[in-house]
Design a protein around this ligand. Structure first.
Ligand SMILES: Nc1nc2c(ncn2[C@@H]2O[C@H](COP(=O)(O)OP(=O)(O)OP(=O)(O)O)[C@@H](O)[C@H]2O)c(=O)[nH]1
Ligand SMILES: [Mg+2]
Length: 363
């Protein structure tokens, strides 16, 4: 083990031992910053990933990955959610490459990727860890699959974090502009959940001593660290507790779920909770469906355009064709959740789930 790895181990140990409270807040922020910076150094040396059987083309409207330790039932879940036929076996590492399936849900097609089980130190390359994690990086939602023992979830979250996959946090509006002198200057709203002192110390850990820091919303020290890791991706995540057809100690299971994380109890074997899971996955992706309507009034209700929430008319038109984009004049919009019956809109107009859209082109 190299000296960087040793330092990382030491800090991880100390973090485990330190209780979070007001008095330790600054210290914990510091330790996390140190850890992140060392992990980034290590990552810079490693690089790579991909490999045979691991680059699955994206298909469908969104991609979800199944991540977890071996033998918890990831393949069984893929099969019950999609009708795929991924191999199932009562031993570790049955699945050795990425197996895709498609879950059809309310007019959308969601690609679900079954992955080989990961183990501790996956990010360092144990098992096919790095290849697996590089697939997870490109997904829109991560399902952390566990059984009723719910062991080691924190470990999985930390393996993901090490390669820059940040779960259930959003990228915050923070920018750090390095300067040549003047020390650290912080421009922030009055109420943020981190002190200037902590921000300055975190920046120092990342070897930044002169900078203007612009903070435009409420943030924590974790957000500051995220903003200093340029390769971070932010992905929503849900925990799936499988094998709940067998009696188990529910209290014990719940106590091992990291605080603040959503979890669902299911059984791939009996089918219990699977419909719920599909709905939760769909909702977790924050997709909207937009239906195209002909000038004659006929609406295509079977095949909506599926986009991420926050999309505008522009994204919808672009999805249809380049020609349509070039000849676009305006669109007529209506929808069951709209207050108006019909409205004439331009490319920048934001769309809602269920909207119906007629495109009027220049001839
Ligand atoms: N009782 C019970 N057993 C299950 C359930 N789901 C899966 N199993 C069993 O658990 C074992 C592992 O299932 P897999 O689906 O292969 O697990 P996996 O997570 O894909 O395993 P790897 O590919 O090795 O990482 C098999 O013996 C399954 O029959 C479930 O809901 N209930
Ligand atoms: Mg499997």
């Amino acid at each position: 083990m190299g000296s960087t790895e040793n330092k990382i181990k030491e800090i991880e140990e100390e973090l485990k031992k330190t209780q979070y409270n007001k008095a330790t807040e600054h210290h914990i922020g510091m330790l996390k910053a140190k850890l992140s910076h060392l992990q980034m150094e290590l990552e810079a040396h490693r690089k790579g990933g991909g490999g045979q059987g691991f680059s699955i083309p994206k298909s469908g409207d969104a991609t979800v990955s199944l991540v977890g330790y071996p033998n918890v039932g990831k393949s069984s879940l893929l099969n019950s959610m999609t009708g795929a036929e991924s191999e199932i076996g009562n031993f570790a590492f049955t699945t050795l490459r990425v197996i895709p399936g498609i879950m059809e849900y309310q007019g959308t097609k969601i690609q679900i990727l079954d992955l080989p089980g990961i183990i501790e130190n996956a990010s360092a390359g144990s098992g096919r860890g790095r290849e697996v994690l590089s697939v997870v990086r490109n997904s829109d939602l991560v399902l952390i699959v566990t059984d009723t023992e719910a062991k080691g979830i924190e470990g999985i979250i930390s393996e993901l974090y090490k390669v820059g996959i940040v779960l259930n946090r959003r990228k915050k509006n923070i920018s750090v502009k390095k300067t040549n002198s003047g020390g650290i200057r912080i421009h922030a709203p009055r109420h943020i959940d981190v002190t200037e002192d902590t921000i300055t110390s975190i920046l120092k850990e990342f070897k930044i001593t002169n900078a203007d820091v612009y903070i435009r919303e409420r943030i924590t020290s974790d957000d500051v660290i995220d903003s200093l890791r340029p390769s971070s991706v932010f992905v929503p995540s849900i925990i799936v507790v499988n094998k709940t057809d067998v009696p188990y100690n529910r209290e014990g299971m719940v106590s091992r779920i990291p605080s603040g994380m959503r979890f669902l109890e299911v059984s791939a074997k009996s089918g219990k909770g699977i419909e719920d899971l599909k709905g939760t996955v769909y909702n977790g992706l924050s997709l909207i469906r937009v239906y195209m309507r002909e000038k004659s009034g006929e609406t295509d209700t079977k095949r909506p355009l599926v986009m991420v929430d926050g999309s505008t008319v522009r994204e919808a038109v672009r999805k249809i064709s380049r020609e349509m984009m070039e000849s676009f004049r305006y669109a007529v919009l209506s929808g069951p959740k709209r207050k108006f019956r019909e409205i004439r809109v331009g490319l920048d107009y934001p769309l809602n789930d269920g909207d119906m859209l007629t495109i009027i082109s220049r001839n």
